[in-house]
Design a protein around this ligand. Structure first.
Ligand SMILES: [Zn+2]
Ligand SMILES: [Zn+2]
Length: 139
């Protein structure tokens, strides 16, 4: 089991099984939402995700059509978002309390990368969002 929580601890969640992967997104919206050089997102089977506490404290913000961001109303930490009618969960990796067992596989939207940040790992980089063929082996 993999646990996660927000900064203040009101929102807590758990995930069973092994997640799919982590991606780093450098788009301007992720940079602002995470107040960081990039957002890191753990992707997993949504049916294996559950809220343990504080779901009523989760506020959702539609940052662009079809893209919702969720955060703790008390402390502002990003928290998980369920997509595809709950089939898929996207977890802000910074909120994990346990090792998620999988590691980052890609940097996306590096065309919007912060000029003060240098990517120093060897992961694939895409200027925008990778084509579906990139994701197929991971889904
Ligand atoms: Zn909180
Ligand atoms: Zn992004």
């Amino acid at each position: 089991m993999i646990r996660g929580s927000c900064l203040c601890g009101r929102v807590r969640y758990e995930l069973d099984g092994v997640p799919r992967f982590i991606n780093h997104c450098h788009c301007a919206m992720c940079r602002k939402a995470h107040a960081a050089a990039f957002g890191s997102f753990l992707h997993a089977d949504g049916t294996r995700f559950r809220w343990i506490a504080g779901e009523e404290n989760v506020t959702r913000y539609p940052s662009s059509p079809g893209n919702v961001r969720a955060f703790c109303a008390t402390c502002g930490s990003n928290v998980p978002v369920l997509e595809d009618a709950g089939a898929h969960v996207i977890v802000p990796a910074g909120t994990l309390d346990d090792d998620p067992l999988v590691r980052p596989i890609v940097h996306v939207h590096v065309g919007s990368k912060a000029p003060w940040h240098t990517i120093t790992d060897g992961l694939p980089q895409f200027a925008a969002f990778p084509p579906q063929s990139f994701w197929d082996p991971w889904e």
